[in-house]
Design a protein around this ligand. Structure first.
Ligand code: NAD
Length: 385
């Protein structure tokens, strides 16, 4: 077994209603708090009220849509001006990633672009982030336990990461109640991200025994509950399962990396105005199928090929299940949920070459369990269109 390291948020709290305990985690020296929410900050008025009632000075900063270099820069300037001692992000991955980057940029001067991988100088963050609390309201990204923030760079037509071990959130507070009112369509595409992150971290070239255990359990939970968690009827057990799966996916990917689906999602997210989870979901079947074909034609005895059979067992509960069953299971799931194809999400056939080229150099592609040829990358996108 090759050597590995493992890190996650220093304090994880999970359970229905646990968000109400947030003030007890923070001490008064952390005031003022810079609190980021989605554009719907009223939805979290009660939660923010608990902070003010506990004596914290609070600056609220609403975030609209997935973060890009401009929105993150503006939010960082506002946080600096407020004199914030701690950053709290209450929202989906977009709000959490914005908050995570803000917490890092308040203590590290200079332009954001200089710190970005791929498009900037990739300068290292020197100083620790401000203390940062992540409170997810979607069950999807696991960003509450990862050390990167995904940021759009419109000029380069790509989404890239600001990344540092020091960006791991100080606290992750995962309260499934906060996801109860997610509309089914958003629950579906964010939930698919959670499932796919567990899948890709499990199959990743960089997986280790710790991430395997966590990713397998996350995949099992997501598989048993994703349909019910995305239905119009509230199923609190299913919602909790999907939140736990999202947490597992985040912990696993932060230590094992991902694979081809997320390697495509970075560039595609910069090329088409579609939600991250929806892009990932549209690629699940064609990427899993391409990996399976690649193993079967050129590396059948690779241990990761056996893991694909195990995936089928985790999804179906059948110990004899083969990888092809997993493929059928994924196809049926994608048909049952309100998801879209890559074409419906806005990708044109003429953009396929560019997306394939950009994905080949994405850091997530390094985790894909088998190397895919340029031809195979193009084939995946054509099949997902
Ligand atoms: P999101 O945060 O963009 O939210 C999706 C939609 O759901 C938004 O319209 C939002 O307003 C709405 N919403 C959020 N919570 C809600 C609630 N409780 N009720 C009703 N509506 C609600 O979606 P996401 O999938 O959570 O995050 C996507 C972002 O996270 C992308 O930018 C992606 O690249 C990034 N990401 C980051 C990591 C990481 O490790 N840092 C991992 C995966 C994805």
């Amino acid at each position: 077994m090759s050597s590995f390291s493992f890190a996650t948020s220093s304090n994880i709290r999970f359970g229905e209603g646990c968000a109400k305990t947030i003030p007890s985690l923070l001490d008064e020296s952390l005031s003022p708090l810079f609190v980021l929410t989605g554009s719907d900050s009223k939805r979290y008025a009660q939660l923010i009220g608990l902070l003010t009632q506990s004596g914290f000075e609070v600056f609220i900063h609403p975030v609209n849509g997935e973060p890009d270099i401009n929105t993150v820069t503006l939010a960082s300037e506002a946080a600096r001006e407020s004199g914030a001692q701690c950053v709290v992000a209450i929202g989906g991955g977009s709000v959490i990633d914005t908050g995570k980057a803000v917490a890092a940029l308040v203590t590290n001067s200079g332009k954001l672009i200089d710190y970005l991988e791929g498009v900037g100088k990739g300068k290292a963050l020197v100083h620790d982030s401000l203390p940062f609390m992540a409170v997810p309201t979607t069950a999807g990204t696991g960003a509450e336990v990862t050390s990167n923030s995904v940021i759009g760079v419109p000029k380069a037509g790509v989404k890239v990461s600001l990344r540092s071990a020091s960006m791991l959130p100080t606290w992750a507070v995962v309260d499934p109640e906060l996801t109860y009112k997610l509309p089914p369509e958003i629950a579906a595409y964010t939930g698919m991200d959670a499932l796919i992150q567990c899948l890709e971290a499990y199959l990743s070239k960089f997986a280790n025994p710790l991430t395997d255990g966590i990713a397998r359990e996350g995949l099992r939970l997501a598989a048993r509950s994703i349909r019910a968690a995305c239905s119009k009827e509230l199923d609190t057990d299913a919602k909790a399962d999907l939140c736990a799966a999202s947490l597992c996916g985040g912990i696993a990917l932060a230590n094992a990396k991902l694979g081809s689906i997320h390697a495509f999602a970075g560039p595609l997210g910069g090329m088409i105005p579609a939600p991250h989870g929806a892009i990932c979901a549209s690629l699940l079947v064609s990427c899993f199928s391409a990996n399976l074909r690649a193993f079967d034609t050129r590396d059948r005895d690779n241990p990761s090929r056996e893991k694909m059979n195990d995936v089928a067992t985790l999804l179906t509960g059948n110990p004899q299940a083969k990888a092809s069953y997993a493929l059928a299971w994924f196809e049926s799931l994608c048909n049952d949920l309100p998801l879209k194809s890559l074409g419906e999400l806005g990708l044109e056939h003429s953009q396929i070459e560019e997306a394939a080229r950009k994905s080949a150099s994405s850091s997530s592609m390094k985790g894909n369990p088998i190397e895919l040829t340029k031809f195979e990358l193009v084939e995946i996108l054509e099949a997902a269109l």
